[in-house]
Design a protein around this ligand. Structure first.
Ligand SMILES: Cc1cc2nc3c(=O)[nH]c(=O)nc-3n(C[C@H](O)[C@H](O)[C@H](O)COP(=O)(O)O)c2cc1C
Ligand code: SF4
Length: 396
């Protein structure tokens, strides 16, 4: 008689494409402002990632990095838009691999959230609908030729990431940056093949997934990553739901359809973030801008887990990563055991305590330094300074 297959746990190994992770815990991308003025990672950036890899996470998805020199979102965002960044980025992947974790990096185009002040140019988007107040923030809709150019910029950035030893990349198609603006009916009013139906709104993302495959699959990683020679995995992070008050925002059903669309295009995993305001349906623009800092204190723990579970229930075959107020290891374990998601991603939990995974594994729950949800990490970083944490003075 065959032994029953036991359900995976938080500490079961797992795969994203061909990449093996030692457990189901992933560090969610976190802009740190630990780049320098030119976009190179500093020693602080290396230390930040090494500490989180040493803390036991299975993989780190490094913060949003620029694919286009004109699309900066924070003052000291790191760059992936030229080859000159590759050697310095290799320092990050080596530090992560030395601690036994896998390294992914998030590819970002700021789109309607790119800063006029930082870029000296008007931002661009799917349509001329602003997500930030102020005349400078009304985006210029992209022409079709420019979309093709942006697809190419993502593929080249992914190739540089591969050269720097990353095991894969994540597309930042969430939180109302450029790719997210294409996905969202709230921000995408196009009438060409990049707007309208779910499939059309997904087209920019699916073209990028395919372009990365053409550029990176089967190529060895020069920096020591482990994905070389086979498929280079692409994770798509997207708003699986954009709740009211967002007129025309992504519905839960559309979010599930989008996940399947990314799977068909060749994505290795989907990362189900969301843009859901738990309390105040009256604030719109403000909410659209602030959603990137994580769900607010009023939201329940694991508030986005149901959206990941909904995607899984639709019969997707690739892994689904959930995120959003995963602070309790017992709850995180039950999310994996119950099959609601395949991986849990933690942002603030690992800012506050990089040893969260090791402590959870040792069942030393009481020694975990808990995030108090003050949002100072996001505020400090958005203000142009280094990221800071009120409960973790060792951050920088
Ligand atoms: C300081 C800070 C920086 C962030 N930077 C990014 C980023 O670069 N890319 C991204 O997709 N999300 C970013 N986020 C959102 C997180 O990845 C995550 O989705 C959110 O914080 C919810 O997870 P949590 O409740 O575990 O913090 C950031 C969040 C914080 C607090
Ligand atoms: S305690 Fe505050 S500053 Fe630290 S991670 Fe949590 S929200 Fe961010």
């Amino acid at each position: 008689m065959e032994a029953p297959v036991s359900a995976p746990t938080l500490f079961s190994e797992g795969y994203i494409g061909p990449v093996r992770l030692r457990n189901r815990i992933v560090m969610a991308p976190v802009n740190t402002n630990f780049g320098d003025e030119q976009g190179f990672p500093t020693a602080k950036a290396v230390r930040f990632v090494r500490e989180r890899a040493a803390g036991g996470a299975g993989a780190l998805i490094l913060e949003a990095m620029q694919v286009d020199r004109r699309s900066k979102i924070v003052a000291r965002e790191m760059g992936l838009y030229e080859d000159r960044f590759i050697p310095a980025l290799t320092g990050l992947t080596e530090a992560i691999h030395a601690e036994g974790a896998k390294a992914f990096v998030q590819l970002n185009h700021g789109g309607p959230k790119a800063s006029y002040r930082l870029n000296g140019a008007r931002c661009v988007s799917a349509s001329a609908i602003p997500v930030k107040s102020g005349e400078d923030n009304v985006p210029r809709p992209l022409e079709k030729g420019e979309i093709a150019e942006i697809v190419g910029l993502h593929a080249e950035a992914a190739y540089r990431a591969q050269q720097a030893g990353f095991d894969g990349v994540e597309l930042e198609a969430c939180h109302f940056y450029l790719l997210s603006a294409f996905l969202s009916g709230h921000l995408n009013h196009r009438t060409d093949e990049y707007g309208g139906s779910v499939e059309n709104r997904c087209r920019t993302v699916t073209e990028i997934i395919q372009a990365i495959g053409e550029r990176c699959d089967g190529r060895p990683s020069l920096g020591g990553g482990t994905a070389g020679g086979s498929k280079f995995p692409v994770i798509v992070r997207f708003n699986s739901v954009e709740s009211p008050p967002l007129d025309g925002g992504i519905t839960a059903e559309e979010g599930r359809e989008m996940a399947l669309c990314f799977e068909r295009a060749g994505a290795a995993a989907v990362h189900a973030s969301a843009a859901v305001h738990p309390v105040n349906p009256d604030i719109e623009r403000d909410f659209v801008v602030k959603v990137a800092g994580g769900p607010s204190a009023e939201a329940p723990e694991g508030c986005f887990v149901p959206f990941a579970a909904g995607i899984k229930a639709r019969g997707i075959h690739i892994p689904v990563i959930t995120v959003g107020k995963i602070f309790d290891p017992v709850m995180a374990d039950s999310v994996i055991r119950d099959g609601q998601a395949d991986f849990v991603a933690l942002a603030r939990g690992l800012i506050a305590d990089p040893q969260w995974p090791n402590k959870a594994k040792a069942r030393d729950f009481s020694s975990i330094t808990q995030c108090i949800e003050c949002r100072w990490c996001h505020t400090s970083m958005q203000g142009g300074g280094d990221i800071e944490c009120l409960v973790n003075p060792n951050l920088s």
